[in-house]
Design a protein. Structure first.
Lengths: 162, 426
């Protein structure tokens, strides 16, 4: 049985209580992209400052549950300093980890194939792997990332250096 | 269909333990604990009698209705029509012919918006809604507003999540339709429907009542409300999903064009066109969900057996117990969006829908921890985003009580809340 400790890992609660890169950036030069979870009303704003093809600053606004907020916080630390292509690579890996189709949904057997830290190169983000056992919460965990996806498109469009 | 029902108990002697035993799902465990089902506002659980009635229908008389002249087709037709008559009586409707089967209350409201609305509303006409409405009683009117230039206006709510009727007369100016919920699915508030209907009729407006959250819990009298349309759904009142109804005044329904076209809803079809059938079949295109209608009938029989006065009295007592228990145990750590008391000025002003805000724990996280205790509550915006904005929240955790809940369920909720508080304490 998937227990609460599978969902609420300590590092997740830490990011929830002490969110990183919380705030806003001036738009422009930064871009702001907003995402909504229509099921629960959570909302998120992703502010991106892309300089010379590199994500130099990220800020996260909005409000939501511990999973959506901590996932966005961890996302901000994972992509800052990366190029847009590198950020897209992290995004792709994360969304693969969150895909129920990758793991199947056979009740409580939806255990990840490999949940050792560092197995996928996602680092701290691995802590969110347990969310897959709680399918309703996957949308919480991916809210920030789907918003980042749009933010990257917007940044690229507005960035002549790309 | 014959459905065995128990004798009607006198008000105040509600045997919840015996009642719970009639619901197979309430016997199961989740996460190793007995299930504590507190999400009947989303959908109710189903008693064995409803499951049996649907099984018996398929096993014994399954046939399409209003078509074959053979025995089982006649039995199936009678099952549908006796369900219609039973529902009409249950709602206090003058005639079974005024009851149209639909998929759910949402479809009932859409039927009125498409058929009555597109016939009777033009640019500049006002549809008056309330801030308590479910999206089902908002979006169809907004669609009409976008298509026809109809103005949508709103009755505000006060700080206890009740309608603020101080400016009702001014709000009613130019109104052609008042569409109002009889019971909020978020705050539990019970608006004064008769007073609103009288005020609306005084300016010549038509009145639609969304009774989805009322009919399962209180005796219903559409005539006493003096409503013009009433939308109801089966699955929140012990019946199956996929079946609801619209009650409408005969003269209004008679003047309305069909909503969906197809089989059953016609008198005649030629290559040049069609002549619609009389009501209610005019609005029942295609094969209806017959087994669901039969199951709903069985649900009404169960409610009749208990007596809606007794159901309402039980829920009133239980809601008072819940408000008292949660206040005693959590004090200022817990806020409940909605009327503070069950009774105000001699009238019942709230039902057993408790939208909770607990410390700074997000409703989604709260419901997740409650789930580990087997406690089922809904987290989210409850399809009432305009109201959530007024309440100043994006979401709430909602516990909604029903006839099969008792004080032990409320106590289990309180225990689980205490555990959630510990879990998220930083």
């Amino acid at each position: 049985m998937a227990g609460l400790e599978d969902l609420y890992r300590e590092i997740i609660l830490d990011h929830y209580r002490n969110p990183r890169n919380r705030g806003e950036l001036e738009v422009p030069p930064a871009t702001m992209t907003e995402g909504f979870n229509p099921l629960c009303g959570d909302e998120i704003q992703v502010y991106l400052q892309v300089t010379d093809g590199t994500i130099s600053e990220v800020r996260i606004g909005g409000q939501g549950c511990s999973i959506s907020q901590s996932s966005a916080s961890m996302m901000s630390t994972a992509v800052v300093g990366k190029s847009i292509d590198e950020a897209r690579d992290v995004l792709r890996q994360f969304k693969e980890m969150m895909s129920i189709h990758e793991h199947g949904l056979e009740g409580d057997d939806a255990a990840p194939a490999d949940d050792r830290p560092g197995a996928s190169g996602l680092g701290d983000l691995e802590a969110l792997r347990g969310v897959v056992k709680f399918p309703v919460r996957i949308k919480c965990a991916t809210l920030g990332w789907n918003t980042l996806d749009q933010a990257l498109v917007l940044s690229e469009a507005g960035s002549p250096t790309e | 269909m014959d459905t065995e029902v128990s004798g009607k108990p006198p008000v105040g002697t509600f045997d919840v333990a015996a009642l719970k035993a009639e619901f197979p799902l309430l016997q199961r465990e989740v996460h190793g604990r007995p299930i504590v089902y507190l999400d009947s506002g989303a959908t109710s659980q189903k008693p064995q009698a409803v499951l049996d009635a649907m099984d018996r229908y398929y096993a014994e008389i399954n046939a399409n209705v209003h078509r074959g002249a053979y025995h089982i087709a006649e039995r199936a037709t009678m099952a549908v029509e006796s369900a219609r008559a039973s529902l009409a009586r249950f709602l206090g409707a003058p005639s079974a012919e005024e009851v149209v089967f639909t998929k759910n209350a949402t479809e009932s409201i859409n039927l009125v918006a498409h058929s009555w609305g597109r016939t009777n509303l033009a640019e500049g006409d006002v549809v008056l809604l309330t801030m308590l409405e479910h999206h089902a009683n908002i979006v169809p009117w907004q669609q009409l507003a976008a298509e026809r230039g109809v103005e949508v206006r709103w009755i505000p709510v006060d700080d206890q999540g009740r309608l603020d009727l101080a400016n009702l007369d001014a709000l009613l100016h130019g109104v052609r339709l008042l569409a109002v919920t009889a019971a909020s699915n978020v705050t539990g508030a019970l608006p004064p429907i008769r007073r609103l209907a009288d005020a609306a009729h005084a300016v010549g407006a038509t009145v639609l009542v969304d009774a989805s959250q009322w009919v399962p819990h209180q005796p219903t009298d559409v005539t006493g409300w003096d409503a013009d349309f009433v939308a109801v759904t089966g699955h929140k009142m012990l019946g199956p999903t996929g079946i609801g109804a619209l009650w409408g005044r005969r003269e209004l329904l008679d003047a309305m064009p069909p909503f969906l076209g197809g089989g059953s809803m016609i008198q005649n079809v030629t290559v040049d066109g069609f002549t619609p059938a009389e009501v209610p079949t005019r609005f029942e295109a295609g094969t209806q969900p017959i087994a669901e209608i039969v199951g709903w009938h069985a649900a009404i029989d169960v409610l009749d057996g208990l007596g809606m006065e007794a159901v309402a009295a039980h829920e009133c007592d239980l809601t008072e117990y819940a408000l008292r228990t949660l206040a005693d145990r959590f004090g200022d750590d817990l806020a409940i969006h909605g009327p503070a008391g069950v009774v105000a000025d001699g009238a019942v002003v709230r039902g057993g829908t408790l939208s909770l805000a607990y410390r700074d724990v997000h409703p989604h996280d709260l419901s997740q921890v409650l789930d580990q205790h087997g406690v089922c509550v809904r987290a989210g915006h409850h399809c009432a985003k305009p109201l959530m904005k007024v309440l100043g929240v994006n979401a709430t955790a909602r516990a909604s009580l029903y006839l099969y809940n008792d004080e032990s369920d409320v106590d289990a909720l309180a225990d689980a809340l205490a555990d959630a508080g510990d879990f998220f304490a930083s």
